[in-house]
Design a protein around this ligand. Structure first.
Ligand code: ATP
Length: 461
């Protein structure tokens, strides 16, 4: 195989479970020997993607190739991959040696060869001398090493790891991360690693694939993903960020927090709403002086081990700043950020857009419900239309029954002076909401949209 040809080619893969879309048109190439981490929040489809590569599940659409061969319908045992699961899945009645040798014994490999391979695998995971121990007598970390030894003993071309460290305590997890990185280097095989832990992904990977809601959001090196997140979801998911609404006034000039800042971005156009990301470590904080771009008051200051994390209220915006020096709560401070540390992103949307239908002069139907609207004139009943609803015009209610429809809070983004929520309606379509109220991930809510918040913008037929 050519060096630069991908070992895994995932082309336009979708996976549906009934009505549920777990993966939506995912395309990803993995190079031979790469350490690729699939990262995303719970339910984003990471495990499903891994299971499709392993062959435990079959794609609804698309093709998977391994080493150039179409394996979309190939059963797991015929694929050159092996999986390490979060739960070690060791046989409790077998000792360490027999757990690792199990697959090879089934394949009737000679005793000498099995012994040689088991010993090599145990050495690789730092468990020499443990071969005759009961697996029950081992710590979680040791059991996971045995599980890895069992997975690598057959020298697969690709090792799939599904949150393999999630069950370990923090110290053990950190140690094992380093060992996995070393193992990856010395084995020279391709690792595909699933985690929801961004720090783990940044530490381990050559390439990170950030997923959300069944879709790939960004693929890149840890540095790329951290420094140049493609959208506010990625910025928020990877590390601490200030994510603010901004207005690109023209090339190299953006307005945030009612203040104009020089930036290095071009090509967005003039007076275009954008998302702006500034990492807390990229802000300078100092006693108020002329060089301050923003002036504010320290609201909180927490020691984080090496640095202090402070929130500074500037106009009405809360800005998070990290610095080695602490400024006392209540102190007036100046903030400054250099142009290249201001990251500008195109907004994915500037309001909610729904396909709708006119029911009568006072009602339209979308999200599976009838909404009262301001009287419609000059349009035929039953016409298909597009309606828009501003984010801050969607009302969320504690009591589900109070809403016209119901949903669940899926993702919360703090934007300095308000929250931007993604609410998955029970109609299975997202509703985006700007609010000052505090909601939690997973909260069930009623959703109401008042008549004057519904704008008819287009007629489809
Ligand atoms: P987690 O980190 O919580 O394991 P994940 O990112 O690995 O989450 P998946 O397990 O891949 O997510 O699930 C993606 C979506 O598909 C979820 O909404 C899940 O409920 C759904 N799903 C997964 N497997 C099935 C199944 N067998 N039947 C129905 N829905 C499923």
């Amino acid at each position: 195989m050519q060096e630069d040809k991908p070992i895994i080619e995932i082309s336009h893969i979708s996976k549906f479970f009934g009505e549920k879309t777990a993966l939506d048109n995912v395309t990803l190439n993995v190079k031979k020997g790469e350490f690729v981490t699939i990262l995303g929040p719970s339910g984003c489809g990471k495990t499903t993607l891994l299971r499709l590569i392993a062959g435990f599940q079959t794609a609804s659409e698309g093709i998977i190739r391994i080493s150039g061969e179409d394996v979309t319908l190939t059963p797991p045992y015929k694929r050159p991959v092996n999986t390490v699961f979060q739960k070690y899945a060791l046989f409790p009645h077998l000792n360490v040696y027999d757990n690792i040798a199990f697959g090879m014994k089934l394949k009737k490999i000679s005793r000498q060869m099995i012994e040689k391979k088991v010993k090599a695998a145990l050495k690789m995971v730092g468990m020499t001398d443990y071969e005759f121990r009961d697996v029950d007598s081992l710590s979680g970390g040791q059991q996971q090493r045995v599980a890895i030894a069992r997975a690598i003993v057959n020298e697969p071309e690709v090792l799939l790891l599904d949150e393999p460290l999630a069950a370990l305590d923090l110290k053990m997890r950190k140690d094992m991360q380093m060992e996995l990185k070393d193992m990856h280097k010395s084995l020279g095989i391709t690792f595909i690693y699933v985690t929801h832990d961004q720090e783990e992904a940044l530490t381990l990977s050559d390439t990170i694939v950030v997923m959300s809601e069944g879709k790939i959001q960004q693929i890149g090196t840890p540095t790329d993903i951290y420094n140049e997140p493609i959208n506010s979801f990625v910025a928020d998911f990877i590390g601490e960020s200030n994510i603010l609404n901004g207005m690109m006034i023209r090339d190299n000039l953006v307005r945030i927090c009612n203040t104009e800042f020089e930036c290095v971005d071009e090509g967005f156009g003039e007076n275009i709403p954008v998302d702006v990301v500034i990492r807390p470590e990229d802000l300078y904080i100092f006693p108020v002086s002329e060089k301050a771009q923003l002036i504010g008051t320290v609201q909180t200051s927490i020691f984080k081990g090496v640095h202090y994390e402070m929130t500074v209220l500037c106009n009405r915006y809360e800005i998070v700043v990290q610095d080695y020096h602490s400024f006392e709560v209540g102190t007036k401070v100046g903030l400054l950020v250099k142009p290249f540390d201001i990251h500008i992103m195109k907004k994915e949307r500037i309001c909610n857009t729904f396909e709708a239908r006119i029911l009568d002069t006072n009602h339209v139907e979308f999200l599976g419900c009838s909404f009262e609207c301001i009287p419609i004139t000059g349009l035929q009943l039953d016409s298909k239309i597009i309606v828009e609803v501003d984010f801050d015009k969607v009302i969320l209610q504690d009591n589900e029954e109070d809403g016209i429809l119901t949903g669940e809070v899926k993702f919360i983004l703090y934007k300095g002076d308000h929250y931007h929520l993604t609410v998955l309606s029970d109609w299975d379509e997202n509703v985006f909401v700007d609010t000052n109220d505090v909601w939690d991930d997973g909260d069930r809510v009623g959703i109401t949209i008042l008549p004057d918040a519904i704008r008819i913008v287009e007629i489809i037929d």
